[in-house]
Design a protein around this ligand. Sequence first.
Ligand code: NDP
Length: 258
Amino acid sequence: MLSLLERWVNKIAIVTGASSGIGAAIAQKLVQGGLIVVGIARHVEVIQTISEKLKNAKGKLHPFKADVTKENDILALFEFVKTKLGPVHVLVNNAGIARSTNLSNGDTSKWKEILDTNVLGPCIATREAIRVMKKHSIQGQIIHISSILGHYVGVNIPFLNMYPASKFAIRALTETLRQEFVAEKVPIRVCTISPGFTDTEIIKPLSQYKGNASFAKAFEETPKLKSEDIADAVVYILSTPHHVQIQDIMIRPLGERF
Ligand code: NDP
């Protein structure tokens, strides 16, 4: 599978949210495939530990501390990559959060946190990556992690509030950017991956949810993907010939109940 990444060996990839779950699995798989990966998160020490475990891999993982809700952190990240490593070829906008609140009586600061992390952060990082890719005429790849909840609003899942809207937005941004690239004849590909329930930290509050017994039971019993399943989709996207523009990959665990 990792030999599929041959044409990206020694190229630079940025993966946001690389300290946990899906982002950690993507960073690991790309490093094993020979890419030079810059892993971003606030808990950078976790990425450092992952990096040490990968010291004998074909590629390398560079930890970088950044909060994607802070534009200056993102600008500092791109400055670091440009001056210390070289031009970025792949950007995976994976960092994302969910928050426990609702819309009808919700907390504005939590809504803003979701939108800043899941929508605006990826937009700023994407803009910075495109500037570099255009300057160096790179046939780059941008991958946004959306969700099945970016295709439809899940029924009876508690605390959805701004989260599905943020993931719908990501899919709209993917298509808007694709159209900009077509109009400007820019050879950069952009795509979305839309996972179903995946066994990571972000879904832990749902597994501990006591407010609705039938939901809690269904959630416990529903099958869940592994982070590596989503990382495999990233490898697949990168492995396709450059004329193939994948738009969106929806991935559900077999038998998902939601
Ligand atoms: P985790 O909670 O395990 O990982 C989230 C990652 O995002 C962490 O590395 C976290 O790092 C990082 N992150 C969060 N906020 C910020 C921030 N402000 N700045 C930088 N990094 C940040 O969840 P998942 O791995 O499941 O989530 C990855 C993506 O997958 C998200 O976009 C999520 O919405 C999406 N997704 C997940 C599904 C699931 O069922 N698990 C289903 C569909 C989509 P740190 O806290 O160290 O900053």
